[in-house]
Design a protein around this ligand. Structure first.
Ligand code: ADP
Length: 175
């Protein structure tokens, strides 16, 4: 079985997913914001805000976990992506690092399934195609090295993002 068989692309609201962990595109302060972060905080309930405040913050490129509280997902892994500054401020490295760290944290929690949003491609402005390729390459490399999590879902919120990921994975099959 190729690592690609363990990857799924869906178009959905990540807060609805019954997986072991969903990843949040968090900010470094771990304060409830807009976008997917706001949706996750709304769905998880106020305990998530308290848990995030207790942790206090997270560096870009890193990830930390909280329970999912009222979410169907057991855990939320808060990963902080880079703010896009034109491409010469280590954005690629920081984006890859937050996918790797989220996967490492998911293994520490014993997760078998994890869902990622398109980190940094909303308010943080990372170009969508480039971000998808970083996400796919990083996740594939990690999966070649590790048997868990068994199932990795790229959960896109928009149809067009789903198409970008599907095209990226199709291109990757030939590699
Ligand atoms: P960032 O600040 O990291 O750019 P955003 O939340 O602004 O984070 O956007 C990241 C991605 O999350 C965008 O592609 C956006 O379409 C997507 N998104 C927004 N709401 C949801 C949701 N409920 N489920 C999944 N993805 C979502």
């Amino acid at each position: 079985m190729s690592e690609l068989d363990r990857i799924a692309v869906i178009v959905d609201d990540i807060t609805r997913l019954e997986v072991d962990a969903i990843v949040n595109a968090a900010n470094a302060e771990l304060e409830a914001g807009g976008g997917v972060d706001g949706a996750i905080h709304d769905a998880a309930g106020p305990q998530l805000r308290t848990a995030c405040r207790l942790i206090g913050g997270c560096e870009p490129g890193d990830a930390v976990a909280t329970p999912g509280f009222q979410l169907p997902a057991r855990h939320v892994i808060h990963a902080v992506g880079p703010v896009w500054k034109g491409g010469s401020a280590n954005e690629r490295m920081v984006l890859a690092s937050c996918y790797r760290r989220a996967l490492t944290v998911s293994r520490e929690l014993g997760c078998t399934s994890i869902a990622f949003p398109c980190i940094s491609t909303g308010v943080y402005g990372y170009p969508k195609h480039d971000a998808a390729l970083v996400a796919i390459d990083t996740v594939r490399d990690d999966m070649r090295a590790h048997d868990t999590p068994r199932e990795i879902i790229f959960c896109c919120h928009r149809q067009e993002d789903g198409e970008i990921y599907r095209a990226g994975l199709r291109a990757g099959r030939d590699k």
